[in-house]
Ligand binder design. Sequence first.
Ligand SMILES: [Zn+2]
Length: 321
Amino acid sequence: MINNDFSYFEGWWRLVQPTLARRPSALMLVGPAGIGKTRLGREIAAALLCESPLAEDRSACGACRSCQWMRSAQHPDFRWVQPDAMAAEEGGVHDVADGSEAAEAADVGPGEKKKSQEIRIEQIRALAGFANIGAHRAGLRLVLINPANRLNYAAANALLKTLEEPSENLMFILVADGLRGIPPTILSRCRRLSLPIADSELSRLHLAKSASAEWLLPALSAGPIDPLRWADHAGKSPPADVLELLQRWMNDVARVRLGIAPRHFAELQTVLLAHAQQLRSIQRFGLAMADLQRQRAVADHPLNPRLFFETIFDRFQRAYL
Ligand SMILES: [Zn+2]
């Protein structure tokens, strides 16, 4: 394989084989943000275009000319469609989980136009030429669309027209964090594959990316909970990120309290246990968790981040009282 950065990639690879063998005209890979769906999409494209796929798992050889083209993102039979804002980010190599990150990266400067967060109709129309010319090599051409949730209305309609007239030598790979925002008409044209991932793996990926984990996890371990000081610490941490981390933490505390193994922070079992013992009642803790969940609605763009942090840390603290 060209990319094999994740331990679960091989499992995914086996999972997709039966579907690939049927050569669907559109395949949709669905799973949480940031787990490597786009990489899998590229891997599939590389394998299908490879001149000598490996005998053992039909993955791309990584060495032929086609594989070299894929690696340098110059394959004439491969197109990658994504919002301009994402493409602007380091060539868009990763799944971008957070739209706001992409927006910031794309914010090129005062007076310059902000890059689109959506996949525009022009991008889908541009595929017409690609779809109609002869394929450069083996006969197959591939289009990776990522994320499918960001196709705007006009683009989705244009794509639907293409999907309604499938061409034997053209295959679409769509990537989506979830099905929200994808028209049912598009969904019905795709063979859908949900990519499984363990909670512990998801947490590991999340922590690896999470700037707040660096200060929040030590703070949780050190205790006591101090909403005002923590709000100072939070500073420019992404509010949604901090909230998610707290929610995962509470989830694990509740599990430990109920005698169930933690899902996300197994390595912090001792601290979780200490927190679990401080809980006056699990019902009250559950209500506090639900309360934090409601904050999710404003977490992406709180009017006043400082106040937002004070509020969620305060509620977190009260959960223990
Ligand atoms: Zn190859």
